[in-house]
Every structure is written in structure tokens, then in C-alpha cells.
Design a protein around this ligand. Structure first.
Ligand code: NAD
Ligand code: 0WE
Length: 258
């Protein structure tokens, strides 16, 4: 049994119950961790408070607002966190965004601004959050981000998000090398396709899910909770020797050739 009693986990990217971050938070909470949720905008505050309640964190966990594209909000949220929890142990980065047009148009037409936004929110934010979190990880720590196979292979319409995921996976390795001396591990879970808010409105999504059912060794799609289970493992002492690694939780889809 993984025991995270007395550990504090800070989770970015939990928008609703369908978010991948929800399953991760659920598993961390079940293992005894105290949760800090960070939501993107004022608009999500009530929802975040309700999610804390659902996760059994009433009176223990906290929720704070932070738009990860703003340095001053990152500084402010970690100051708020430090005031309540002087030591943190786990950081979950489950954040990605590219302007909708960039996921629709021909990749060749990717604009400079859409490229910038996708990389700022989906990649640079991991570096900024890791830098802000590290001073609070006084007893070592574990940082985990979420990636997708589209960073390695071409999927129709994933476009600039694929380029950003490739950069994110490289960032995991460079951060792991940078933070290793502080005993802070940095890893990623590469999840198979899951119907979340970020998957809504994406044409071809059913086709992607169907291709997994057909081709993946397990002949089914991955469940949210399976991602949560692997995240819990990677953030726990059971994974104390693992850093800079990308772990697939995709029913084996990525190993297939045809
Ligand atoms: P989601 O929409 O539930 O989560 C995305 C989160 O990013 C939201 O909570 C949103 O508020 C947050 N976010 C976006 N811009 C932000 C900003 N400027 N500041 C702070 N937060 C911001 O969708 P999800 O599918 O759970 O996505 C979470 C992660 O999982 C993403 O990195 C995504 O690329 C990755 N992923 C998703 C799938 C999938 O099929 N759903 C597969 C593999 C990896
Ligand atoms: O990483 C993702 C999705 C990330 C995402 C989604 C959106 C939709 C709404 C980033 N930015 C936005 N911007 C929006 O305006 N996934 C892994 C899920 C996903 O997205 C795809 C996929 C898969 C899988 C897009 C095209 C093809 C496949």
C-alpha cells in the first residue's frame, strides 16, 4: 500500500471531474496526501472548492487561482501555498492549451502567435512551476506532467500541440537533470486518448478512439483511473529510482506498427 500521509500535493489543471488531473488527485488523496488545487481563473473558484469537497479534502486541502501564463500569478500562488504549507512533496502539471484554429487548420499555416501560446502554456509553465515549487520541496519531491503520443508521431489535427508535447518531453529530461541534486524527480505519463474538456470539439476524436480499440494490444481505450494509478506510483517512494522518464498508459497502442 502506498502511504502519502503527511505529504502535500499541488495539482494544476483540474477543471472538472472528467479532467485527467481529477483521477490523479483522487488517487493521491486516497493514499493520504493533502491536496492543493490551482484553478485557471476566478470563474472556476466555486468548482474548485466543490472538487476539494468531493476529494474528501474539506478542512485540509486548499484551492488557489493561477493562470500559468502569468509569472506574477505563479509567484503569488506559491506565496499563498507556502503560507499554509511550508513543505510540499508533489507537483502535478496537467495543463495544455493551443488556440482552437491551430488544431483545425493545416499545420503549415501555424502562426507565430499560436506557436508561442501553445508552448508558453503547455511547456514553459512546467519550467516556471518547477522553479517555484523546488524551494518548498525541502525533503525531495516528485513532479509529474501529462503528455501524448502526438509528440512523437503525427496525428491529424494535433498539429502544434504535437510540437509542444515533444518540447515538453525534452523539458522533463532537462528538468530531471537540473533537479536531481535536490532529490526532486521529474516524469511524465503519456496517456492514451480520453474524452475530457480538452478533447471536446475535436473532429476525428471517435476515429482516434476506434483506432485504439482496433490496434492496441489490449483492444480497448485507457480509463482515467489507470492514468491516476500510474501517476500515484510515479509520485510515490515506489518510484524513487525513476526520473526523466515518459511512461505510456495507453493500452500498448504506441508499440504497434500497424
Ligand atoms: P482538461 O481540459 O480537463 O485539462 C486541461 C487543463 O488545463 C484545464 O484544467 C485548464 O484549466 C488548464 N489550463 C489551460 N490553460 C491554462 C492556463 N493558462 N493557466 C492555468 N491552467 C490552464 O483536459 P485533460 O485532457 O485532462 O488535459 C490535461 C493534460 O493531459 C494536458 O496536458 C493534455 O495535453 C494531457 N493529455 C490529454 C489526453 C486526452 O486525450 N484527454 C491524452 C494525453 C495527454
Ligand atoms: O493534449 C490534448 C488536447 C490539448 C488541447 C485541446 C484543446 C481543445 C480546445 C489543447 N488546446 C486546446 N484548445 C482548444 O481551444 N489531447 C491529447 C487530446 C487530443 O487533442 C487532439 C487529439 C487528442 C488525442 C486534437 C487533435 C487530434 C487528437
Amino acid at each position: 500500500m502506498i502511504d502519502l500521509k503527511g505529504k502535500v500535493a499541488v495539482v494544476f489543471g483540474l477543471a472538472n471531474k472528467r479532467s485527467i488531473a481529477y483521477s490523479v488527485a483522487q488517487k493521491l488523496a486516497e493514499a493520504g496526501a493533502t491536496l492543493v488545487l490551482s484553478y485557471q481563473s476566478e470563474r472556476l473558484q466555486r468548482e474548485a472548492e466543490e472538487l476539494l469537497e468531493d476529494l474528501g479534502q474539506t478542512g485540509t486541502g486548499r484551492a488557489f487561482q493561477c493562470d500559468v501564463s502569468r509569472d506574477e500569478e505563479i509567484d503569488a500562488v506559491f506565496a499563498q501555498i507556502a503560507a499554509v504549507f511550508p513543505k510540499i512533496d508533489i507537483l502535478i502539471h496537467s495543463v495544455a492549451f493551443a488556440p482552437a484554429d491551430a488544431l483545425k487548420n493545416d499545420f503549415l499555416l501555424t502562426s507565430r502567435e499560436d506557436f508561442r501560446i501553445a508552448h508558453d502554456i503547455s511547456v514553459y509553465s512546467l519550467i516556471a512551476l518547477a522553479r517555484a515549487a523546488a524551494p518548498l520541496m525541502t525533503d525531495g519531491g516528485s513532479i509529474l506532467t501529462l503528455t501524448y503520443y502526438g509528440g512523437e508521431k503525427v496525428f491529424p489535427n494535433y498539429n502544434v500541440m504535437g510540437v509542444a508535447k515533444a518540447a515538453l518531453e525534452s523539458t522533463v529530461r532537462y528538468l530531471a537533470a537540473s533537479l536531481g541534486v535536490k532529490n526532486i524527480r521529474v516524469n511524465a505519463v503519456s496517456a492514451g486518448p480520453i474524452r475530457t474538456l480538452a478533447a471536446r470539439g475535436i473532429g476525428d476524436f471517435n476515429q482516434i478512439l476506434d483506432a485504439v480499440t482496433l490496434r492496441a494490444p489490449l483492444h480497448r481505450n485507457v480509463e482515467q483511473i489507470e492514468v491516476g494509478n500510474t501517476a500515484l506510483f510515479l509520485c510515490s517512494p515506489l518510484a524513487s529510482g525513476i526520473t526523466g522518464e515518459i511512461t505510456f498508459v495507453d493500452c500498448g497502442f504506441n508499440i504497434t506498427g500497424i
